[in-house]
Design a protein around this ligand. Structure first.
Ligand code: SAH
Length: 353
């Protein structure tokens, strides 16, 4: 794959005009509009002069390539995407009963948070994605499947560990000349990085925020999610309160249910005290099986029992459908074996001799 092309996916109309040295200046806006309608080939941008289209195709474009497409019986799509340096990520498209489409984007190659129940954590962190690599995932989905209704940054990686790139991509998704995606339809999901939540409260973007709480029992959470050590729950809560003050939005508390681990009555009690003073909705996610990880999924009855406990305590509770399980595309199941980059570089060196 050619890697020296100018990446265009995260550029605004004005930045496109400048980066591609376009005249007249409205060309940037024309290209931006095509891109965010899902037309990715300059050749098909019919309101540009023919010679210019050819020239642009040679010097600018996307940096990533879809190498595999998996489609589950429930219509969930998982794309395996190759980055310019040879690493891989995965991107998921979820379609609900009403046909609404949610793009689930990755923000890092792998993840450094090492939550005990998550398969992506097994990969470790390889690197952060660039803003254009996040934006390109959505461009691929748009060009293949058309309109996207919601965007969740819940794929591989921790968004608040790569906030600048996330901010760049979200700004583009929100841009009125393109998708004009409302910030209410964009969700950042975090394992609870205090400084990141504070920065989000201060500088935005003021998207919907979901906290992967899992449990509000401090000692259990520390065991399951090592991030808790540097980011204790009382400080996470303070940061959420200031985010809520700024945005007025309800915060989603995501709870991956691990049978017999975090579905005890005391977990419900801890949750009550954590949520005091916050406006929240609780989202239960029965654990999706991941090979090499030693947990088990709760039965329907067990989920219902925990859900009842929370509802009796006054919570608004939703249950996340298990979409994408058939293709390892559900929450916590994303993982790609990465090529050995040292070997790749060696090959590249051989080629150039
Ligand atoms: N790093 C971010 C976003 C990625 S994880 C975060 O932690 O929020 C997206 C969601 O999947 C999180 O709520 C996480 O707790 C959940 N999850 C991880 N592993 C899972 C599994 N095996 N089954 C179900 N949900 C899982």
């Amino acid at each position: 794959m050619k890697t020296d092309k100018i990446p265009i996916a995260s550029l605004t109309p004005e930045e496109l005009t400048e980066a591609l040295k376009l005249a007249p200046s409205f060309r940037g806006k024309q290209i931006f509009r095509w891109l965010w309608r899902g037309v990715l080939d300059f050749e098909k941008m019919t309101n540009l002069p023919l010679t210019e289209r050819e020239e642009l195709a040679g010097k600018a474009g996307l940096t990533t390539l879809i190498t595999e497409t998996h489609i589950d019986e429930d219509s969930t799509v998982k794309l395996k995407i190759r980055l310019a340096d040879g690493l891989f990520i995965e991107t998921v498209l979820l379609v609900d009963e009403r046909g609404r489409k949610t793009a689930c984007l990755s923000v890092q190659v792998g993840c450094g948070m090492r939550c005990a129940f998550c398969r992506t954590g097994l990969m470790g962190l390889k690197r952060n994605l660039k803003d254009y690599e996040i934006a390109e995932q959505l461009l691929h989905l748009l060009s293949l499947y058309g309109r996207i209704d919601n965007i969740v940054l819940m794929g591989m990686g921790e968004p608040l560990e790569n906030l600048d790139a996330v901010r760049g991509a979200v700004g583009i998704f929100h841009h009125p000349e393109g998708l004009g995606m409302s910030l209410r339809r964009i969700t950042i999901s975090t394992c609870g990085i205090v400084s990141g939540i504070e920065e989000l409260a201060g500088r935005g973007p003021h998207v919907r925020l979901a906290l992967s709480l899992v449990t509000a029992d401090p000692s259990l959470r520390e065991k399951l999610m090592p991030v808790t050590r540097q980011n204790p729950l009382d400080r996470v809560k303070d940061a959420l309160i200031s985010y809520q003050r700024k945005t007025g939005r309800r915060i989603t508390l995501e709870i991956v249910l691990l049978a017999g681990v975090n579905d005890r009555p005391r977990d419900a009690e801890y949750l009550v005290s954590f949520a005091r003073g916050l406006k929240v909705v609780v989202n239960l996610i029965p654990w999706n099986p991941a090979s090499d990880l030693d947990f088990s999924s709760p039965s329907g009855e067990e989920v219902a029992r925990f859900k009842r406990m929370l509802e009796e305590a006054g919570f608004n509770v939703t249950e996340r459908y298990r979409r994408g399980r058939g293709i390892n595309g559900a929450c916590g199941q994303l993982m790609v074996i990465q090529p050995d980059l040292r070997n790749l570089r060696l090959e590249a060196r051989h080629e150039s001799f």
